[in-house]
Design a protein around this ligand. Sequence first.
Ligand SMILES: *Cc1c(COP(=O)(O)O)cnc(C)c1O
Length: 434
Amino acid sequence: MSRITRDEIIALDHRFLWHPYTPMDRHLREGPPLVIERARGSRLFDVDGREYIDGNSSWWTALLGHNHPRLVSALNEQSQRMCHVALAGITHEPAARLAAELCRVAPPGLCRVFFSDNGSTALELAVKMSLQYWFQNGRPERRRFLALGEAFHGETMGVTALGGVDVFRRPFEGATMECLRVSPWSTSAEDFSRLAALFEQHGDTLAACVVEPMVQGAGGMRVYGANVLSELRRLTQDHDVLLVADEVFTGYGRTGPMWACEHAGIVPDLMCVAKGFTGGMLPMAATLCSERLFDGFRGADERAFFYGHTYCGHALGAAVAREVLAVYRDERILERAAPKAARLAAAIDGMAQLPGVTQPRALGMVGAVTLQGPNGYLQRAGWLVSEQARQRGVYLRPLGNVVYLAPALNIDDAELELLLSAVHESIAAVAEQS
Ligand SMILES: *Cc1c(COP(=O)(O)O)cnc(C)c1O
C-alpha cells in the first residue's frame, strides 16, 4: 500500500472533507489537526509517532479500548464466512444469537430486539414504534413526546425534535414533531409536583417519554438523580405513556452498572443501545422492547412494522457485538472498572479546587467539570484545555466549557493516572493564563 505524507493527508482533508460538528472556517484556519494512524488500547498514535491517551474513547464508543484482540479476531473470522445478508425474513447465527444474548443481559422484560445502524436510528425506531403502537392499538391521539431539557438523542429529523440543545435544533425549528420538555435538575418537591401536573394535563396525548438515564451526554455531561428516573417511570406507568431509555451513551457500564436504568431499578418499555455495543468497531445499534410492544404489531399484515435499514443486523457487526458481551463477562469489565471510577471521581474533585472550575460531577467512568464563564456549546474555554492536553499527550474533546473524561472502562491504572494528571495540569494552565 502506498503511503502519503502527513501534509498530503491534511491537504486532502482541507480540500475535500466536511467534518461533523465542526465550524469549517475554524478548522481551516486553526493549527493542523491530529492525523491518527493507528490505535491500540487507550492510545492513539499519530503519523509522526506521537501517542495520545484517548480521553473520550473516540466519541464514547471504544469502551474496551481500541482494537481489542478478541474483537479483531471475531471480525476477521466472521468476514471469512459472510459479511452481510439482508435480515428480512431470512436469518443467521450472529444476529439470532446476539438478540438472545442481549435479552439475557437487558433489564428483565425487554425481550425483543430490532437492529439498526447507529444511535440515531435506534432512537428513530423507538419513536416510530411508539407512534405506530398507539396508532393501531386504540389510542391514535397519542402523538406527542416528552423529553428532558438539554436532551440529545441523535440526528435524524424525528429525534431532532426530541433534542434540547439549542444550537443543534434551532435551524430545524418549525419543521419537527411536537415535543414537550421538562428539566428536573433540582429535585425539589415543587419540581416533582410540576412534573406530575404536566402528566395530568398532557399525559393522555403523549406517545412516549424519552430520557438519557442518569447522565445527559452531549448536553454537557449533566448528572441527575435516580429519583427523577423512578418518578418518570411511576408517572409514565400511571398515565400509560411509554418510557424510552436512551442508553446509547450510558449503557455497557459507562455509569457503573451495565445499564444506567439500574441505578433507579426501573425497566423501560423500550431501550436503545449503540456506541459501546460494538466496542467502537462498526456502526450498529439495537432497540429492545417489551412483549406488550411487540404484541401490538401482530395480527393482520398491515399491522406490521414496515421499517428497516439495508444493513439491519449485519453479520460483521453482530459477530463483534457478541464478542463484546463475551469480553465483558470473561474480563469482568464492570467489576474491574469500579476502583477506576472511584479514582476518576476523586480526581474530578481535585480539579474542582482549581480557580475558575465549578460543578464537579462523576458517575462510573464519566466525570466532568464546568469552566466558569457563559454556558453553552459554542463556548471556547474547553478547547483551550484540550489544546493544553494535546501538548501533554492526551486527546480530549470538550462540550463548550464543559471538560469531561469518558475513558475506556478497561484503561489500565497507570494510563488513567497519566490521563488524570494531564487534564488537571491542563486546566490549571488555562486558569493561570486567564
Ligand atoms: C451519540 C448519541 C446518540 C446518537 O448516536 P449516533 O450513533 O451518533 O447516531 C443518541 N443518543 C445518545 C444519548 C448519544 O450519546
